[in-house]
Design a protein around this ligand. Structure first.
Ligand code: TXA
Ligand code: MG
Length: 346
């Protein structure tokens, strides 16, 4: 989508003045601020309602900026940056001492990424060209531009709906092409150890292994309730309407039972949808890339329909669906909805 250069100028001016700017990335929209300015960073936490100990990702204008933000850049980080940046991969490295703690929630590590969206890159480069932020550091801290624990925005209108006037400029780049957040890889491991996958994403561990020669480990804590990665809290990415996972075989029967009880039900299924009953149905592609692209927008839309319950058809338990399964699982949990087992009691 073509963009208005004056909007970009306004965005750069706002960032340099310590204000918030939302911008599209290839994954989801980010809520940006000067990463080197603790007051600007505090505005992100306030606007999102996010606890201050949840670290933010700093978006860089180029891989060369790694050394501004990280105290050590191991060879593996350069290899990964070379292979996958710009792209949906966040690297956790040791934080450089001059970088204010606020941006990393007080931790001595820092999340860094170079996004692939042209508008994000234009913004980052224009910001750097204008002198960047405090102390000559050039990086935009940006979590997903949603209220804490809610569904990440994949369109500019979602950001406005959720954050309103807290954001001075919202750059509109249309629908985010990937639709789910970046893969997060922790490289602050002991020398010789494989990196740790903290959040699955479009970029799979298998693809990462092709570059670094070893598969990242996937610690139990990726699934546990640890504040280190807020996207890893069991309840996250959640709509307000209860969501429930149901197997393809049980979907129609479960729906009919609930409809007979007078419940207003929505259904989120895969092509071809196994349900013919009359309900609000949303049918997503039966492959993970297309499913991820549409998922958050559809959840958001269903959430606004005043339904009692949204039934979600289970997705295949295969590696290709891992990132989608991760988001759906947390959405179900966060919405207060139940598991298949619970559902089958109806
Ligand atoms: O695709 C994305 O990564 C999007 C776009 C806007 O870039 N950003 C995003 O940010 O998803 P956020 O804040 O919603 O999720 C970033 C995750 C959080 O769960 C945070 O805890 C984790 O990254 N994270 C950031 N810095 C970290 C660090 N130093 N150590 C461990 N986890 C970190
Ligand atoms: Mg988020």
């Amino acid at each position: 989508m073509p963009h208005d250069p004056t909007e970009l100028d306004r965005a750069v001016t706002a960032l340099r003045a310590g204000e918030l700017v939302a911008f599209p990335t290839e994954t989801v929209y980010g809520l940006g601020a000067d990463a080197a300015n603790p007051l600007a960073v505090a505005k992100i936490f306030a606007a999102k309602g996010r606890p201050a100990d949840h670290p933010l990702i700093v978006h860089l204008p180029g891989a060369g900026y790694l050394e501004q933000w990280a105290s050590e850049v191991p060879p593996m980080a350069w290899e990964l940056a070379e292979a996958f940046w710009p792209g949906p991969l966040t690297l956790i490295l040791k934080r450089a001492r001059r970088v204010p703690k606020a941006v990393s929630g007080g931790q001595d590590s820092i999340g860094l990424r170079l996004p692939a969206h042209p508008l994000a890159l234009d913004l980052l480069r224009a910001y750097a060209a204008a002198g960047g932020g405090r102390d000559g550091l050039s990086g935009i801290a940006a979590p997903s531009a949603n209220r804490f624990g809610r569904i990440s925005p994949t369109e500019a209108t979602h950001v406005r709906e959720e954050l309103g006037d807290a954001v001075q400029v919202v750059l509109d780049g249309g629908r985010c092409p990937l639709g789910i957040e970046s893969t997060i890889l922790d490289l602050t491991v002991a020398a010789g150890q494989p990196p740790r996958l903290l959040r699955p994403g479009h970029l799979s561990p298998e693809t990462i292994a092709q570059v670094i020669g070893v598969e990242p480990t996937w610690p139990e804590s990726t699934h546990a309730n640890r504040p280190r990665v807020s996207g890893s809290l069991a309840a996250h990415y959640a709509p307000q309407t209860p969501l429930r996972m149901v197997s393809s075989e049980r979907l129609e029967h479960t729906l009919l039972t609930l409809l007979a009880k007078g419940q207003r039900c929505g259904v989120l299924c895969r092509q071809p949808c196994p349900v013919s009953a009359d309900a609000v149905r949303r049918v997503l592609p039966d492959e993970p890339t297309g499913y991820a692209f549409a998922l958050y927008a559809v959840l958001r839309e269903l959430d606004q329909r005043d339904l009692d319950l949204i039934l979600v058809e289970e997705i295949p338990p295969t590696a290709a669906w891992r990132a989608v399964a991760d988001r759906l699982g947390r959405a179900v949990h966060g919405s207060g909805g139940g598991s298949t087992a619970k559902c089958e009691q109806h």
